[in-house]
Each structure stands twice: as structure tokens, then as C-alpha cells.
Design a protein around this ligand. Sequence first.
Ligand code: HEC
Length: 721
Amino acid sequence: MNTSTRMLLALAAFCVACGAPSFAKSPAKVSRTYALVDGARIAAADSEPQNWMAHGRTYGEQRFSPLKQVNAGNVEKLGLAWSYATGTLRGLQATPIVVDGMMFTTGVWSVVYALDAKTGQEIWKYDPEVPREWGRYACCDAVNRGVAVWKGSVYFATLDGRLVCLDARTGGRRWEVNTIDRSKPYTITGAPRIVKDKVLIGNGGAEYGVRGYFSAYDASTGKLVWRFYTVPGNPKDGFENPELEAAAKTWNGEWWVGGGGGTVWDSMAYDPDLDTLYVGTGNGSPWARDIRSPGGGDNLFLSSILAMNPDTGRLKWHYQVTPADNWDYTATQHIILADLVIEGKTRKVLMQAPKNGFFYVLDRETGQLISADKFAPVTWASRVDLTTGRPVETPEATYSRETRLIVPAPVGAHNWQPMAYNPGTGLVYIPAMQPMGIYALSKEFQETGKYPRRDMFWNPGIDWDAFIDTALGLMEQLGGPLPPDRGYLKAWDPLQKKTVWEIEHPAFWNGGLLTTAGDLLFQGTGDGRFVAYAADTGKILWAVPTSIGIIAPPITYEVDGEQYVAVMAGYGGSGGLSGGDPRTMASGKYVNEGYVFAFKLGGKAPMPRVAEKNHLIPEQPAIDATAAQLENGKYRYMGTCMVCHGALAMSGGVVPDLRMLPPEKHAIFNEIVYDGIIHGAGMPKLSDLVSEQDVHDIHAYVISRANEDRNPPVPGVDSEK
Ligand code: HEC
């Protein structure tokens, strides 16, 4: 694009956004457009398919692009146009935004990058300097899912709860507000959405004991306009609104002590015609309902879809996908708005495939349930009753008295990785999973009736002793390690209510999706590939090895008449930290370097060479511990370290695998864990949770695990290349 066409585009965009007259006075100031996006432009996104102006491209978040220069007939000519190294080693989950040739995206510790979308050249970078200690409140990695743009500004939120507005041209800060009570372990990983000059943002933290809410801030001043709490607080303090007063009738006991949960950490969608904002809420805090709300109750508005008035922040209707959530089944998964012809009638629907394994189609005007069908194996409920709208729980779903194996596990049959809907094929594509969960109710609670509090730390009300004993028992039965959880790409027909085709991936934790009018579907995988499929049949048409696991969703855009497909590569998130088997993941073999990759037809740039990791478990120091201390170390490890370093001291490769510790780190193990000497790198100081004796015992357990895997060596973790 030459400068004069840029000027013209700038002028056109400026007129749409701000009106011509004010521009006419100072034309020299704008030589290029900088994110001059507003609601009218997003609502008419199909008229400028070269841009990706909002999180799901459109307000309805279909993640479908009308671009088709790259299509099923020529996709095999796709090659790398450019790559940008973020210089990070943890999870990248953002959806880049592209407006008029400029790309805005985010990375580890909430850093924002502005790049030239044609060359990948960095234009500016903004580091909000998140205190690394805050990492201990993040259940699922120091990730961020992206920015929103509006009228020349870029908006994003930080892991430690701030909402920041930057000048899109310079990256200079316009304003910043704190959105949380900083004495509570709230985190933000989600991307803001912007509707009618209001920046909408929620937060996470339900594994740590917080009360969920989301807020609307004025886009130009950062002033709080409204806030909606998703669960009621202590009735003694009064209720914020009648919705919460009614919701309190569905709770028992002193739920507010553990916060209740219901955090809004990801999904939102907006229908401009109905002027309705749709928001998904998270799991209960703690997970176990026996502890959270003794005596039962649905616990509104946990695990629900909320339809909101965006002006007032008041609730229009709600649908609870998992009443009385007991399993960490969030409804924060991607929400897609579409018009579907159902039994001869065009219905305005909302679709969601939440963690609980059912695919929901709702009438988005009324909230009426149209259908709910299993898209993955599910054992907690037999079906959803369409007349009552409620799931029919199985007896196996309750773990009040005994430990249960339940499918799906807390990581869900589908997590935050976005789906995509292609109006051409009529299919919804789901990054689906088949994880098995071990659910054991806290022994302390069973014995004392009290919630075992561990303030400001991961505390879902689960008994780790029983969890480990069950896992070890299963391994004994099988005579080897548990089979890894399975991951799929599924094409789901929302009308026929069934899977049309599916592809199994080596890793269970894979990337989000993009589909296009070129009959294409794009996905990155956990084993380190970026793949194009035929959207109708699922046939693999093109694939490039990245050597880096991909979880982020791809986007597509056009600059100077050329179509690009871009994706962030960098493994992480809950599945990358603690859920996986490193033998199935690229991060188990290669250094997890972060990149933005952009591909185009005939692209000739070389894929960056990613360094291989040393897979050899080094020789270990002698163990100086009794059998009882080793046992203590094992349980303490699971309760305190597993969330980041992986079950059984086997990490997904995103944070250090403790079996690989070199001698010099063994020598300072206590200083690292108890004194927190590397907290600046994201390894929290944990002296409030474990004693020095515990650290000693954990150390012994880690050494014993390393020795187990050294002899005999685990395939893929040994020296085999
Ligand atoms: C909130 C996540 C989190 C938790 C919980 C956590 N760690 Fe870490 N840990 C990290 C990260 C991130 C690093 C890497 C920091 C860096 O880049 O140097 C790390 C590094 C380490 C290291 C140094 C490894 C090396 O090779 O340099 C040790 C040892 C360690 N952790 C032990 C533990 C133990 C033991 C526990 C439990 C008592 C624990 N960690 C809990 C995130 C965590």
C-alpha cells in the first residue's frame, strides 16, 4: 500500500469513526490509521474482511472470515511470510487484532506488541510490568488472550488486575485503572470487549477463593460505569440488585467465605440488533459443592450464560449450563452467535460447548434451550432434559462419600480455545478433549465439617492424598503409566446434533480455530504443527512443523491485496502446565520459544530453528529421607507444586521439569522454594504454605521420581532423538 492509499483509507476510516469535519481541520496529523475502530465498523465487519477488528472478528464471534484468496485449491502454496520472536518461554493465547495493516497482540505477563502486519516489524511494545509474584494466583499460566481496539486506542488487562488504555499509534499509556480488590487473588487473562464506548472486562481466581464479577469502564476516561457480581455476597451486607437477592435463595451455608466463584475469565459476545451482551461465568469456589453450599442449591449464577443490557449492566435472562457445579465445569467457553434454520424457522441462536461436554443451542432472544447434546464422552450426566432445561445427573457424579472417576476432568471436554462456525458448511469446529478426572472430597472437610482454608492459594476442596492413591492404584492395575488424555478436532453439526467428522491429535491440549470462505479450517496443535483442513471433509490439505506447541487461535487478514494467516505459537495454559504427558507435546522436546507466525501464498521466509531440549534426566543427589518423609513430600508436591510443575513431577515442559534439575539447583532447592530467591522469574515464595521440613521432603520426592524415570528411561524423555 503506498502512502496516498493509506491516506485515503485513513480519511475514510476517520470519517466513519469521528466524523469528517474535525478531521478536515488537521489532516496533516494522520498519515496512517491507527485502530480507528468503532461499533458501526465492527458491526459491518464483513464489508472490510481485510481487517480483524474484534476478538472473534465479529461481535457474534464466529471466527469465520469471508477471505478466500487462500483456499482449498491453493493452500498447499502457503509459506511463511514473516515471524516475530516474543522472547518468551510460556503460553501464548492471544487472538491478534489487525486494523489497516497494523497488528496488536499480547503475550506472557500481559505484554502488548504492535507489529506491521505485512512485515512483522515491531512498531512498539508495552510492558505493564506485572509483579512476577502475582503468578502464584494464576491457575493456568501467565497468559493473556489479547487486546481490544477502539477509536485509536488499544485496551488490554494485566494478570494483576489492571485495565490499561494505550495510544494505538505510539503505545503510550492514556489511562490505567485497577479493577480488583488487591488483597484478593484475582487475575485477568481474558481479552476486553468494547460495546457502545464501554470496555467490558472480567477476571479469574475461583480456584483461590474469590467472588466473580465483570465490569464496564468508560472507553475514553476509564471510569467505572457498572459492575455485575455473578454470585451473591454475604446477605448481611445487602444485595447489589434484585437478581442477586433472588440468586441468594439458591445458596446455603456461608458461601461468601470461599468467595463463591463464578468468575468471568473469557467468553463474551454481543448482538447489536438485540442490543444484548452475552457473558459466560465460571466454576464454583471451591469446586466441591458439599463444602461451598452445604445443603444443596443450584448456586446461581455459577456456570451460566448471562444475557445483559450493556447500558445498565442488568440481567435480561440467564441459563445455567451446570446447576450446582461440583466439577469445575465452567461456562466461560467461547460463545458463538448465528442464525440457524431450525424446523423451518430462522432462529437467532447462541451456541456453546462448555467444559461439561454438552453442546448447547439457545434462543438468544429468550434464553430458551433448543438443544443440548453430548459432543464428547460424559459420565456426570446422562442427558439434558429439554423441558426443564436441566441435566440429569448420574449417581457417579457425586463424590461426597467416595472418590470418583468422572469424565470430563476439570480441564473440560473443551476449554478456552475458541471454536469456529462456518456458515458455508454449517459446521461448528471444536478443539475437544476426553480427559478423565479423579474427584475426591477434602478429608479434612469430611472429618471436621470445616472448609480447609489455604488463603491466597490453589484450593478447590479436593483431597490430594486420595487423588494420588487413586492414580497410583489405577497405574498398578494397568501395570504402567495412565494413558494420556486424548485430544480431538471435531466438526459438529448443530442441526443434526452430531459429530460429522473428527481427527485425533497426538496431544490432548491443542489450538483454537479459524475457518474461512475458502473452505478452509486452520488449527495449531500441541505436538507442534500448524495445519489447514478442508472445512467440509476434514482432509489435511497443508501442514507446517513449528516445533512449538500451539494453543492460540489463528486469524486471517489482508494487506496490499495479499491474504495472510497468522497465529501465535507458545505452549502453556493449564493443559500445558499440569495436565499433560510431555511425550506427546512439542514442549517436552523443544525449547518453548514464543512466536507470531504469518503465512501467505508463496511465502518464502524460513521457519525459525527451535532448539532441542536435553531430554536426559541428570544423575541425582542421594536421597536423605525416611519413607514417611517421602510420602509427605509426595502429597505436599501434589497440593502445592503440581498446579505449575505437573502431576507426578512430570511437567509439560512450559515451566521447568523438576526431574531435570542440575546439581547447582539441587544445592539451592530450599532457597528457591522456601525463601523465594527466584520469585522475580515467576517461581513464587511458598514459605506460607510449606515448612522447611516439607521442602526437604518434596525435594526427596522429586529426586525419587527422577530416579524412577532414569531407570528405566521413559520413551521420549530419554536420549532417543
Ligand atoms: C505458580 C506456579 C508455580 C508453583 C505453584 C510452583 N512453581 Fe516452581 N517454578 C515456577 C516457574 C515459572 C519457574 C521457572 C522460573 C524461571 O524461569 O527461572 C519455577 C522454577 C522452580 C525451580 C527451579 C528450576 C530450575 O531448573 O531453575 C524449582 C526448584 C521449583 N520451581 C520448585 C518448586 C516446588 C518444589 C514447588 C512446590 C512447593 C513449586 N516450584 C511451585 C512456577 C511455580
